[in-house]
Ligand binder design. Sequence first.
Ligand SMILES: *Cc1c(COP(=O)(O)O)cnc(C)c1O
Length: 284
Amino acid sequence: LRELTGAEDALVVNNCAGATLLALSAVVAEAVAGASGEPEVIVSRGQLIEIGGGFRIPEVLALSGARLHEVGTTNRTRLSDYERAINENTRAILWVHPSNFEIQGFTESVGVAELSALGPPVVADVGSGALFGIGDEPRVEAVVAEGASLVTFSGDKLLGGPQAGMAVGGSYWISAMRRHPLARALRADKLCLAALEATLASYLEGTAREELPTSKMLHAPVEEMKEKADYLAGKIGRAAPNLAVDVAPSIARSGGGTLPLYEVPSYAVRLESSSGSAEALAEK
Ligand SMILES: *Cc1c(COP(=O)(O)O)cnc(C)c1O
C-alpha cells in the first residue's frame, strides 16, 4: 500500500466505514496541549453524506467522540469558512468524497491540498479507493500527495479486492490508529488479508487492469458486450420461442456507491412481455 499510494504507512481494517471511524477516533483521542473544551472536527455541510447501510458522516463523527463543527452550505463552502472555524479544540478537518451523488450548478468546495495547508490534520475519506484514474474519482495517490494526514478507502469498490478498509498516511497518525482500542475490534481477518495481498500484487505487477474483474468489466469493449448480449438473446430465444427478444444499446453504471454519473456504453437484452408486467417476466 505504501508503494502504491506514496504514503509513509498503512493500516488495513475490515471496511472503509471502520477505517474512517477508527481514523476519526484516533485523531480525536490524541491529547492536544491547551485544548480544554470538547474536541471538534470541522466538516463542510456539502459533505455530510450518507453512504448507504446507515453509514452517515454526522453519526460516525458523534461516535468518534467529536463535536461536529459544520461549515459552509450544502452547495458552497469556501476556504475562509474553514479558516474561521478553526479554534483550540479543533482536532481535525474531515474531507469526504460524495461518492454516490453529485451536486451540480452553483457550487464551490475546497480541495484537500488547500485544507492541508491550514494546520489541523486532514482526514480524507475518499470512499472508492481508485488507484487508476477513472471518471472524476479522486486517486488515492493524488490525495496523499496533496498532504492529507490520513486517507481512508474501501477494498471492494473500484480497487476490486475483498471487503476491506484501508487507511494510509503519516506514520504518526497510522500508529495512533494502530494503538486505539477500536483497532482490534475492526481487524481484518486472514482470508481478507490474503485476498487483498493478491489484489495489490496485481497492481504492483501492472496486471490489475486486465486481471481484476471490477476493472475488466468497467473497461470491457462495447463490441464484447454486444457479443455477450447476442449470445444471451440467442439462448433465451431458443428456450422461449414465444418471447420477443432483441438486443439494444444501453448505458451501464458502475454501481457499488461509486461513479454515480459515469456512463459505460453497453448492450442489453430486451424482452417483451405479453402481459406487460416485468414481474411476471422475471418470475418465468
Ligand atoms: C463506500 C464509502 C464508505 C464505506 O466503505 P465500506 O468499505 O463499504 O465500509 C465510506 N466512505 C465513503 C466516502 C464511501 O464512499
